[in-house]
Ligand binder design. Structure first.
Ligand code: AHG
Ligand code: MN
Ligand code: MN
Length: 334
C-alpha cells in the first residue's frame, strides 16, 4: 500500500482545493511535529519523570501537571520561530504569547489546550492536545487578545492529537475530517482514514453522571429517558462512556458515533460550563460538524458564538446529529 504522509496529504489538498497556503501547511506540520514530541514524553511516563503535579496553578485556578507545562513549552518552542504565526494562546497561559521580535511575524493565530485530560496522565489513560487556527485580522500593528476573539466559524484549521494505545492526529481544514496514525518506526503521521462520518443516530452517551443532582431539567430529562432504555420513550437501550479526556471521548464519537455533554450545572452557576470555548469547544465543534455531526451550547450552534474573552467557558453538547438536535430542542422548550 502506498502510504500517504501528512505532508503529502496537505500538498495534495492544496493542489486539489487550493485552501492550504504554504504558511498554513508549515503551521500544521510544525504542530504535528510538536505533537510527536509530546507523544514521546507521554510514552516515557514515570521513566521520563513527567508524571505528577508541577505545584502551580493556571489562570482557571486548576493545578498544573508537569505534562501540562511540558506540552505547552513544546508547542511554543516549535511554533515561535517559523514565521507563520503572529501569536499563540493556551489554556496554560494567562494572556496571549506574541511571537518575539527576533522572529518574523506571520498571519496566523494558534490556540491550544496543550494537554487535555490532565486527570488521566498519572493513571495511564488516553490524553491529548487540541488546537485551533485563526487568521489575524488585517490592519493593526501589534497583535492583541482582541484579534483572537473570533467566532469558531472563522477557524481555518482545527484538530487534535490523541495519545492513547495509538497516537492519532485528527485534522480539518474545512473539507472533511482526516485521521493520521503515528508510524513510530518512520517517525511520521500516515493517513489512515479520510472523510470521517459520524452516524446521525446513536445508542451511546457521555456525561459525568456524578453531577446529576446539579443539572438543569432538560439535561435530566434527556438522560433519564436514555436510562429508561427499551421500556422508556426512546424505545432502545443506551450505553454510557465517560473517559474524562474530551479528546478521547470525541475520538470515540468520530469513530463510532455518540453524544458528549458537559452542560452548565448549578455547582458554579456563574460559569457557562466547564470547558473552554476557544481552544476546546470550537475546534472540537468544527471537527464534529465537518464529520456530519452537530455541536451546540444546548441552545445555539457553538461555532456562531462571539467570544468575549480568551478563557471563556461554554456549555457543550456535541456528536450524532439527531441526539444533539433533541437535547437542544429540550433546552429550547420543546
Ligand atoms: P483539561 O485537562 O484540559 O483541564 O480538560 C479536562 C476536561 C475535559 O477533557 C474532560 O471532558 C473534562 O474536563 C472532565 O471533567 P470531569 O473531571 O468533570 O470528569
Ligand atoms: Mn482540556
Ligand atoms: Mn488542558
Amino acid at each position: 500500500m502506498n502510504k500517504i504522509s501528512l505532508t503529502r496529504y496537505l500538498v495534495e489538498q492544496q493542489r486539489e482545493h487550493g485552501h492550504i497556503p504554504a504558511q498554513l501547511r508549515l503551521l500544521l506540520e510544525v504542530v504535528a511535529r510538536a505533537c510527536k514530541s509530546i507523544s514521546q514524553a507521554v510514552n516515557k511516563g514515570a521513566l521520563g519523570g513527567v508524571l505528577g503535579s508541577a505545584g502551580s496553578e493556571n489562570v482557571q485556578g486548576e493545578v498544573q501537571k508537569k505534562l501540562d507545562i511540558i506540552a505547552n513549552e513544546v508547542l511554543i518552542e516549535a511554533n515561535e520561530w517559523g514565521g507563520h504565526l503572529a501569536a499563540m494562546a493556551s489554556e496554560e497561559m494567562d494572556s496571549i504569547y506574541a511571537v518575539p521580535n527576533r522572529y518574523p511575524q506571520g498571519e496566523y493565530l494558534l490556540l491550544f489546550d496543550p494537554l487535555d485530560g490532565s486527570s488521566n496522565i498519572d493513571v495511564n489513560v488516553s490524553i491529548g492536545t487540541i488546537f485551533s487556527v485563526l487568521k489575524k485580522p488585517e490592519g493593526g500593528l501589534a497583535v492583541s487578545e482582541q484579534d483572537f476573539l473570533q467566532a469558531g466559524n472563522k477557524q481555518v484549521a482545527a484538530g487534535y492529537c490523541v495519545y492513547g494505545p495509538q497516537t492519532t492526529l485528527v485534522l480539518t481544514v474545512g473539507k472533511g475530517v482526516a485521521m493520521f496514525t503515528l508510524d513510530r518506526e518512520q517517525g511520521s503521521f500516515v493517513l489512515t482514514q479520510e472523510d470521517v462520518q459520524i452516524p446521525a443516530d446513536t445508542k451511546e452517551f457521555a456525561i459525568n453522571m456524578s453531577n446529576m443532582r446539579h443539572w438543569d431539567a432538560p439535561v435530566k430529562r434527556y438522560i433519564d429517558e436514555c436510562l429508561q432504555g427499551k421500556e422508556g420513550p426512546r424505545g432502545k437501550d443506551f450505553n454510557m462512556r465517560w473517559i474524562a479526556s474530551m479528546v478521547a471521548d470525541v475520538h470515540r464519537i468520530l469513530t463510532r458515533g455518540g453524544v458528549f455533554m458537559y452542560p452548565w450545572d448549578k455547582r458554579e452557576p456563574d460559569k457557562a460550563g466547564k470547558l473552554r470555548l476557544m481552544y476546546e469547544a470550537n475546534p472540537m465543534s468544527w471537527l464534529v460538524e465537518q464529520a456530519g455531526g452537530a455541536a451546540t451550547n444546548a441552545k445555539t450552534r457553538i461555532l456562531d458564538l462571539q467570544p468575549t474573552k480568551l478563557h471563556e467557558r461554554v456549555s457543550v453538547v456535541l456528536g450524532s446529529k439527531n441526539e444533539v438536535d433533541r437535547i437542544t430542542a429540550y433546552h429550547n422548550g420543546a
